[in-house]
Design a binder for this molecule. Sequence first.
Ligand code: ZN
Length: 239
Amino acid sequence: MTSLTRREYQRKWYSEHREEQRQYGIKYRKEHRQELLAKKHIYNKEHSEQRIDYQKAYANAHAESIKVYRHMYYLAHREGIKQRSKAYRKTHKDERQINGHVYYEANKDHINEAAKEYVRLHRDQINDYKRQWAKDNPLKIRIVQAQKRARRKEAPGSGFSKQDFLDLWKLQNGHCYYCNRFMLLEAKNSDPLKVTIDHVIPLCKGGHHSRSNIVLACWECNIRKNQLLPSVFSGMLDL
Ligand SMILES: [Zn+2]
């Protein structure tokens, strides 16, 4: 039998008792958890600068693999991450709003500059998007435009929603309030039969921008009405 050096003996013993050692380590860490955590905390505090340097160096040296790892992690946990951030946004709504406001105030110039630059660089895409949106949402556009006109003329009234429009459309059965022809919901500007939001008493004559002062009229009647003398116009209201 060959005699072993102390070092060789130790190595042999460990390799034969590996599982026992592992179990012992697990048990020890479990029983001394608080103590070990306290030690770790003290160590981390005393070495905070070295640790930060080390972490920075590590992040720099492994930038690529960290990026890949993060992406893989995201892909594997996507649903959970999305749900957690949604829940977080919901429970921290006020806090986030305040933080956002504080951040904006502190970085206003920078943010506005960046936004302007973004618009400048993406002008064509933005215009395309706006055009497409207007095409897909003709009703909303007309309601928003009417709202803007009312605001510009400082007209009183409780406003006019998309639902109000749809209610009126149903009530009038899609027919013009004045000439009773069937109107078109989606038509080119200046198509005589295109539906318009008409203020019975015009805003310039003190009419309200509210459902009670609004009827749906074809484009032709709307224009003609605006050109009529007030006396003739009053006669039209009795129709
Ligand atoms: Zn008409």
